[in-house]
Ligand binder design. Structure first.
Ligand SMILES: Cc1cc2nc3c(=O)[nH]c(=O)nc-3n(C[C@H](O)[C@H](O)[C@H](O)COP(=O)(O)OP(=O)(O)OC[C@H]3O[C@@H](n4cnc5c(N)ncnc54)[C@H](O)[C@@H]3O)c2cc1C
Length: 498
């Protein structure tokens, strides 16, 4: 872990070069992946990832800032904001990547960059357990910032028996746990359920943002980060939603396949310098909230939600226009619903930024309530937005030929029968293929699942919300109780008078 050769913000070519030189330990369809930059299941997402890094230089003034330690231009996603304006500048920078991916690549690198920035800001909290852990978080954050590295993360244990705690699973080493501790570091054995964007440089292995561990779970309580080519580490990829198809056939999947993988730790050695949390269940349960990491991550998520709402509204509007459906009232109602969703997300982001305040670490922390509302609301809004695309597109979503059909002997039939009211077949087909990829394909379905669950089980997130906002809820309960009691007293008073 060194900053010696670091030169700050990377370009796409450097991203590809590092992935070739230090390939993440990915397995696909039973085989190790030698080169993620050329593998048909992964190269589309990798190319997009590389392009995101070029974009930050194309939008240098918005996306980069001068490193406080080296003066190099570094990604604004690593900025520790001290003012409202700095905070707003971070969301403007994040919006550039989100606009490019239309929010369809949930794990653009700034998601974890914001998390690690939060952890470094809250390093004193980690240091309370062990001064080394706080120093490690700051040093690691600076390493990421100066080398502009990209991370995935994995938080939850495998889905074996959700009715039993980690320690009570059939196999004590099913969930990743501490196997050994030495003077040099720790050895981890077991598994973590999921890591999105394994086509990255390093992995953050942290406690869940939502699940709460108990004291018996101490061997499973830790936080560390390691390179994705660390010996013993293995990523088992799911089947790709796109296997080398064209941008015409899979307009979203061919560009934004970020991949998800199960993470296996086969006696992985983690040096102490990479450890931030260790065996401290109470601290693990509080870490995301106390450091502010969860707030900074959610800030990124709401920017993503806005880009996604904009995309779904624009897509719906084009579909409606193409088939002349704007005259129908229920279609107008659906467009209005999409617009309202977008406006609510924008309002929540604005409220979070305007009501931001300096936290105990001196960082301008976005207000949590609007972000918490957004992260609890969006898992319900997004599946409905997809449903609206299906309701508008109807059979047009499945009756779409491929690029090869268009080049084949039936091309004339296709040009004639696939026209729409306001689009000839050559314009209509790519539009409806896009709507299909957003709402029906393996890519589209995975997006729905992602939005339902990526931040945690919505049921338990709602439980955490109620617990976290209980005193506020009780204030309203008291207000209503006073109203009820006033009515009752009035009734009794009237009865006693009569
Ligand atoms: C596409 C996608 C990408 C993801 N990417 C990442 C990633 O990069 N990193 C990462 O760490 N995680 C990632 N996740 C995992 C995500 O954090 C989990 O999906 C989420 O925490 C829910 O856990 P689970 O999927 O194991 O569901 P489970 O916990 O197994 O839940 C299954 C069902 O049982 C119910 N249930 C289970 N336990 C309880 C309980 N105690 N009380 C009430 N109901 C319960 C749930 O409500 C749900 O209906 C991703 C998930 C998806 C779908």
């Amino acid at each position: 872990m060194s900053n010696e050769n670091a030169s700050g913000a990377r370009r796409g070519s450097q991203v590809l070069q590092r992935l070739r030189e230090r390939p993440p330990a990915l397995w696909y369809a039973g085989e190790p992946v030698k080169d993620v930059t050329t593998h048909p299941a992964l190269r589309g997402g990798v190319q997009t990832l590389a392009h995101l890094y070029d974009l930050q230089w194309e939008h240098e003034a918005v996306m980069l800032y001068a490193s406080p330690t080296t003066g190099h231009k570094v990604s604004r996603a690593f900025m520790m904001p001290r003012t409202h304006e700095e905070l707003a500048s971070i969301s403007r920078a994040m919006k550039v990547w989100e606009d490019y991916t239309h929010g369809m690549m949930g794990r653009v690198p700034d998601y974890i960059s914001r998390a690690m920035t939060g952890y470094a800001a809250g390093a004193p909290f980690l240091a309370e357990a062990d001064p080394r852990f706080g120093a490690n978080a700051v040093r690691y954050y600076e390493y990421l910032r100066e080398n502009d590295l990209c991370l995935t993360h994995t938080l939850i244990p495998p889905q074996a028996n959700r009715a039993a705690s980690l320690a009570k699973q059939a196999d004590p080493f099913l969930a990743a746990r501490i196997k050994e501790e030495t003077d040099a570091g720790i050895v981890i054995r077991g598994c973590r359920m999921l890591a999105t964007l394994p086509i990255s440089d390093e992995i953050m292995v942290f406690p869940s943002t939502v699940l709460r561990a108990t004291e018996e779970d101490a061997p499973y309580a830790f936080g560390f980060s390691i390179p994705n080519d660390t010996p013993g580490l293995r990523f088992i990829c799911r089947e790709s939603v796109d296997y080398g198809r064209s941008h015409f056939d899979h307009p979203l999947g061919s560009r934004f396949e970020e991949m998800d993988a199960v993470v296996v730790f086969d006696d992985v050695f983690v040096p102490w310098e990479s450890v931030f949390l260790y065996r401290d269940v109470a601290r693990c349960n509080q870490a995301y909230a106390r450091t502010g990491a969860v707030v900074h991550m959610t800030h990124q998520v709401v920017v993503k939600n806005i880009a996604k709402c904009e995309f779904m509204l624009g897509l719906a509007s084009l579909l409606v226009n193409a088939i002349g459906a704007e005259i129908f009232q229920h279609i107008q109602e659906k467009l209005a619903e999409l617009w309202v969703n977008l406006t609510v997300m924008k309002a929540l982001l604005r409220a979070a930024e305007v009501d931001a305040a300096l936290d105990e670490w001196g960082i301008m922390r976005p207000a949590w309530d609007p972000l918490d509302a957004a992260r609890n609301l969006f898992p319900r809004l997004y599946p409905r937005m997809v449903e609206i695309i299906q309701q508008i597109g109807a059979s047009g979503l499945v009756a779409m030929p491929t690029e090869r059909d268009l080049q084949g002997p039936l091309a004339e039939d296709i040009k004639r029968y696939y026209q729409a009211a306001r689009a000839d077949a050559i314009d209509r087909i790519p539009l409806f293929r896009l709507a299909w990829d957003a709402s029906l394909s393996a890519f589209g379905s995975r997006q729905v699942l992602y939005e339902r669950f990526f931040f945690g089980d919505p049921v338990r997130m709602a439980g955490a919300l109620v617990a976290g906002h209980n005193s506020q809820i009780q204030q309203y309960a008291e207000k209503v109780r006073a109203f009820v009691l006033a009515g009752r007293d009035e009734a009794f008073a009237a009865a006693s008078r009569s």
